[in-house]
Design a protein around this ligand. Structure first.
Ligand code: 5GP
Ligand code: ZN
Length: 112
């Protein structure tokens, strides 16, 4: 997808702060953080939403990555939130599957 910002970030065409990378995923800092930690776990492959995601192991990999980063970055026990916003009423703005990972403050009410 040539005009997709997350595809461009994954291919390094666009700059971002990368905090983790694996074969299928890249994790970056959100440009407009809503919590002290606000990461975006992004598949390198372009799926517009979770509905089109044909790679089911990828979804498990995204959650496993969130767990690992929570442990590594030291907020696992205090707590964190993962969400996947889908389509308009789900609050999805960027049409490339991604999973926000928020931590560092009480998150009641804020859904990503
Ligand atoms: P959505 O509402 O689609 O689930 O979330 C999109 C998220 O991507 C937002 O939190 C927004 O701040 C973030 N975002 C949008 N454009 C960029 C960008 O160019 N770089 C980074 N690092 N984050 C972005
Ligand atoms: Zn894309």
């Amino acid at each position: 997808m040539s005009d997709c910002i997350f595809c461009k970030i994954a291919s390094r065409e666009m700059p971002s702060t990368i905090v983790d990378e694996s074969e299928k995923l890249i994790t970056i800092k959100d440009i407009n953080p809503q919590a002290p930690t606000h990461l975006l776990i992004i598949p390198k492959e372009h799926f517009p939403t979770i509905l089109e995601c044909t790679d089911k192991t990828l979804l498990g990999d995204m959650l496993t990555t969130a767990n690992r980063l929570a442990e590594e970055q030291g907020f696992a026990q205090k707590g964190f939130r993962t969400v996947i916003n889908t389509n308009e009423e789900g609050g999805q703005i960027v049409r490339h599957l991604h999973m926000p990972l928020l931590a560092g403050r009480p998150l009641s009410g804020k859904m990503g």
